[in-house]
Design a protein around this ligand. Structure first.
Ligand SMILES: Nc1nc2c(ncn2[C@@H]2O[C@H](COP(=O)(O)OP(=O)(O)OP(=O)(O)O)[C@@H](O)[C@H]2O)c(=O)[nH]1
Ligand SMILES: [Mg+2]
Length: 303
């Protein structure tokens, strides 16, 4: 059996989670147009008759402004430790930055196999992608001190372009060994974790501006009753004013978030769901260890 871990790294919003979902062929990690959607390491697992690939989706690398942000960045560095390959994702529609080049170069010094993906190619023409390839060209050659980028692959998660090709390159990085997970598993995360993520995804989608980043989701109770799952969930925010925006006029916003989340949770669990959402204010929760731990951003468990 061939098996291995592959970390997916890059700036916020470049499409790391979309890429992992495309590689796994299932929606494992939530995706939104807002930066810093992913807050944790999330595994996506693909098993076939002779191999198991374990992808590690990670938060976007950014300058942390809270303990949660520090936790997210630590997730990124620990995700790349000891993996068989690293995929660094760039956004074809954005200018390639010096810090992205430095990030790639740093990983070329670790001895890991580094692949660079230029994603969102559906948004731009080749004339936009070419300058990126040109700037990266020197990193495709070894210089004695560091390794070389193994492949640069332009992809589109929207169109599915080159996903199969990328998967086949990455399969070539697997090594002889045991499976790490049950062949039926598609992620390491619990049902409860996935439910919270679905709710956070809908909150990010339906709320504007700065509020989504101040949201945490926590399951109070989850009880199965015949063919029905009764789930009570706290949505934690930072200010009373945020609370009223999340609830919306006559509860309309919260209702939309709840309805959209319920549909996805029913698909996940395969049962009817009765979902109750409660909005609570916990000032500055992103800097409070106990709240972060309760929500599941737990250094001891996850890093
Ligand atoms: N046009 C286009 N949009 C894409 C593509 N891949 C992802 N997106 C969009 O880009 C946005 C960000 O995608 P994510 O997968 O959440 O990005 P991410 O890198 O995981 O973001 P963080 O978790 O915040 O770091 C979403 O609106 C996606 O639908 C693509 O190939 N083409
Ligand atoms: Mg993500």
């Amino acid at each position: 059996m061939l098996s291995g871990f592959i970390a997916i790294l890059g700036k916020p919003n470049v499409g790391k989670s979309s890429l992992m979902n495309a590689l796994v062929g299932e929606k494992v990690s939530i995706v939104t147009p807002k930066a810093q959607t992913t807050r944790d390491k999330i595994l996506g697992i693909v098993t076939d008759e002779n191999s198991q690939m374990v992808f590690v989706d990670t938060p976007g690398v950014h300058k942390p402004q809270s303990k949660l942000g520090e936790y997210m960045n630590k997730c990124v560095s620990s995700a790349a430790d000891g993996v068989d390959a690293v995929v660094i994702v760039l956004d074809a529609s954005k200018k390639l930055t010096d810090s992205e080049i430095a990030f790639i170069e740093k990983h070329l010094h670790t001895g890991a196999s580094v692949y660079v993906v230029i994603n969102k190619t559906d948004l731009v023409s080749y004339e936009k992608i070419y300058p990126m390839l040109s700037r990266l060209a020197y990193l495709t050659r070894e210089d004695g001190k560091r390794g070389a980028i193994k492949e640069i692959i332009p992809t589109s998660c929207y169109k599915g372009d080159n996903i199969e090709l990328l998967r086949s390159y990455l399969k070539g990085e697997l090594v002889e060994g045991d499976c790490y997970f049950d062949p039926d598993d598609i992620t390491d995360k619990s049902e409860r974790y996935m439910i919270c993520e679905i709710i956070r995804e809908k909150a990010l989608l339906f709320l504007q501006d700065e509020i989504p980043h101040g949201i945490g989701v926590y399951i109070q109770t989850m009880v199965y009753d015949g063919g029905l799952a009764n789930i009570d969930v706290d949505i934690i925010c930072e200010k009373e004013s945020h609370k009223s925006i999340i609830i919306g006029e006559k509860g309309s916003k919260l209702k939309t978030i709840g309805e959209r989340a319920r549909a996805d949770i029913e698909k996940l669990l395969g049962t009817k769901v009765y979902l109750k959402l409660f909005v609570k204010v916990r000032e500055d929760w992103r800097n409070k260890h106990n709240v972060l731990r309760d929500i599941g951003y737990d250094k001891k468990k996850n890093l």
